[in-house]
Design a binder for this molecule. Structure first.
Ligand code: ZN
Length: 310
């Protein structure tokens, strides 16, 4: 068995509306699902993606009362988002217009535009053919510039060699390149998407506001139980298979301290909303359905809206 690439990446952020304003209002991603944290009904779980939620998904847990975290070993350090070819200039100008500091650099022959979100999460744009253009326009970002998917997650491990073993021996990635700082890994089937694994230490990280909580890899729907058994056989300690409504999941903390999830491709995000109204409803998980009215009353209202400053 091999994983099928990145499924989603989930981070802890601060204020919910500010998060929507940044990821949708500035970066032009579509808010494709507004739901609650499965493990804590006091917090939203927000999902951002392409128009029909078929891309890799950026998810956030807005938890404004959390202390500020620290990006470092034992975490995903930064995430690279794919944008269409020839949109680099547009994005540089747009980030500048929103007063978001950014800088360009190149690694593994990829030109990158690096910046941080309002809570300090590290993000970069890379021009890519990763997927078909995303036919979504919002607040000045057209399909010629719109988010196409996650092209890279950079891993900062406490034990890079051990993390490398998980990626290669368990998940099926291969090292395709390396420099002084990073290994670059790919799945054979994917020419575009990759994983970067930092070889050195950045200092121990602290998972809290402004850091990545976990990284999910895609697996076939019918394989999730076999994947759990396989992880046990390999000596890891996965959770039970969890029902996440839009997918089924198994989580385990790899030896380098990073929380990995394996998530099924299906059933997907169109099971409770259509492409036309993705993200418009507040979806309360079944386990909290009896408390719907109280939850709606308590949670701050959030909306995907057009903005001209953040
Ligand atoms: Zn997840």
């Amino acid at each position: 068995m091999k994983v099928k690439g990145i499924h989603h990446i989930s981070s802890i952020v601060g204020q919910a509306q500010k998060d929507v304003d940044f990821y949708s209002g500035v970066l032009g991603l579509r808010l494709v699902k507004k739901t609650l944290n499965y493990d804590d009904k006091n917090y939203y779980h927000l999902y951002y993606g392409n128009k029909n939620a078929s891309s890799e998904i950026v998810t956030t847990f807005p938890m404004n009362n959390m202390p500020q975290g620290k990006i470092g070993d034992g975490q995903v350090g930064y995430v690279s988002l794919a944008i269409p070819k020839d949109s680099f200039g547009f994005w540089k100008k747009r980030l500048n217009e929103f007063n978001i500091k950014n800088n360009e650099y190149t690694r593994f022959d990829k030109n990158r535009l690096y910046f941080t979100d309002p809570d300090g999460l590290e993000i970069e744009f890379i021009e890519s053919d990763l997927a078909a253009d995303n036919p979504y326009s919002f607040n000045g970002v057209s399909e010629k510039q719109a988010y196409k998917g996650i092209i890279n997650a950079a891993l900062f491990s406490k034990l890079p060699k051990e993390t490398l073993t998980v990626l290669t021996d368990v998940f099926g990635y291969e090292i395709v390149d390396e420099d002084n700082d990073f290994y670059q890994l790919k799945l054979k089937e994917s020419d575009e998407q990759f994983i970067e694994l930092l070889k050195n230490s950045r200092g121990i990280g602290q998972v809290a506001k402004g850091s990545v909580h976990h990284l999910a890899f895609k697996v076939k729907n019918e394989d999730i139980v076999a994947w759990r058994d396989y992880l046990v056989k390999k000596g890891y300690h996965p959770t039970d298979v969890k029902e996440r409504h839009y997918f089924r999941s198994v989580y385990f903390r790899e030896p380098g301290g990073i929380l990995f999830e394996l998530a099924t491709a299906g059933p997907g995000f169109l099971i409770d909303e259509t492409v036309d109204n993705l993200g418009e409803n507040f979806i309360i998980p079944k386990k909290y359905i009896d408390e719907t009215q109280a939850i709606i009353k308590k949670m701050p209202a959030i909306v995907q809206r057009e903005i001209d400053e953040i």
